[in-house]
Design a protein around this ligand. Structure first.
Ligand code: E4P
Length: 217
């Protein structure tokens, strides 16, 4: 499973990218609003240092409008993946964009049939939302597992992005469930790499080293 970073805050993306683990970026209109910058400039800036797919979302509700916005996003940088919501219009737009060679990430997936439909419409990625399902008492990682099983059984190449990740445990569960990618907020990425025993171990090694080097000086 690869890591994408789920934010539109360029400084956070740069910091995560520096760790050497970021294979792509996902944004959405809410994340753009939090970043508070011109969305097109944000995507351009991210594309200046991230080689992998960068998702930028369309806002139109009709397929023609989504296709128009998707074509505009695709012109911003070759890494741009157009994010389209899972609606009937979204599926129609996905088919048109995919046939033009533009990669589509179908978002707001909450059941397996939605994921299968998105894949058959030509989506390069599907984004099931783990956290939002868990929020309403459903099981987000079970959905990822079901989609992964269906895609494997039917030889579907569409990649599964586990989205709406809230905690480090969601990352582990997404990996076990067969997600190809987890898109993770920067805060959760940092939380995932920390462990009190790692910190304590470093302190202990430093102290032992200090003592031995002092004695043998
Ligand atoms: C990513 O593609 C999604 O837009 C994002 O993970 C949604 O996360 P949220 O449910 O925490 O808003």
């Amino acid at each position: 499973m690869k890591f994408f970073i789920d934010t539109a805050i360029v400084d956070a993306i740069r910091a995560a990218h520096r760790l050497g683990v970021v294979a792509g970026v996902t944004t959405n209109p809410s994340l753009m609003a939090k970043a508070g910058q011109d969305p097109k400039k944000v995507i351009q800036e991210i594309a200046s240092f991230v080689d992998g797919p960068i998702s930028a979302e369309v806002l139109a509700e009709d397929a023609d409008g989504m296709v128009r916005e998707g074509r505009e996003w695709a012109k911003v940088a070759p890494q741009v993946t157009v994010k389209v919501p899972l609606t009937a219009e979204g599926l129609a737009a996905t088919r048109v964009l995919a046939d033009e060679g533009i990669k589509v990430n179908v978002t707001l997936i909450f059941n397996a049939s939605q994921a299968l439909l998105a894949a058959r419409a030509g989506a390069a990625f599907v984004s099931p939302f783990i956290g939002r399902l868990d929020d309403i008492g459903a099981n987000g990682s079970e959905l990822v597992r079901t989609i992964a099983t269906i895609f494997k059984e039917h030889h579907i190449a569409t990649e599964i992005i586990a989205a709406s990740i809230r905690r480090p445990l969601d990352i582990t569960e997404a990996a076990l469930a067969g997600a190809h990618i987890a898109t993770v907020p920067y805060k959760v990425l940092l939380a995932a790499l920390e462990h009190p025993l790692t910190k304590a171990g470093i302190e202990r090694f430093a102290e032992d080293w200090r003592q031995v080097t002092q004695k043998t000086k």
